[in-house]
Design a protein around this ligand. Structure first.
Ligand SMILES: [Zn+2]
Length: 98
């Protein structure tokens, strides 16, 4: 696999990936100087759009609870996710805006 699983970073350093668990796109704020405007959160990123690693874990709440680690291009869903991928680790899909 050599195709990016992340969007290009936008002007805030936010990258997006399509989540195979909840089906939504998750945004990851990667610039410590420009954290998430609502939560103040940001993540360390290895800078790789093909095999990304983020720390710490990513938690999304809303229609679904979706809690994951993204490491080396794989997404590990923690057991507290509300969707059926809870507890599983899978490859991230190639990113597209469609
Ligand atoms: Zn998700």
């Amino acid at each position: 696999m050599s195709a990016p699983v992340l969007s290009q970073p936008d002007e805030r350093g936010v990258v997006l990936f399509k989540c195979p668990g909840c089906g939504y796109c998750h945004g990851v704020w990667t610039n410590p100087a420009k954290p998430n405007e609502m939560t103040g959160s940001h993540w360390r990123w290895n800078g790789d759009r093909v095999r990304p690693t983020f720390e710490p874990s990513i938690l999304a709440t809303g229609e679904h609870r979706c809690h994951s680690y993204v490491r080396d291009g794989q997404i590990q869903f923690l057991s507290d996710c509300s969707h059926e991928m809870a507890g599983k680790t899978v490859e991230l899909p190639v990113f597209s805006l469609a």
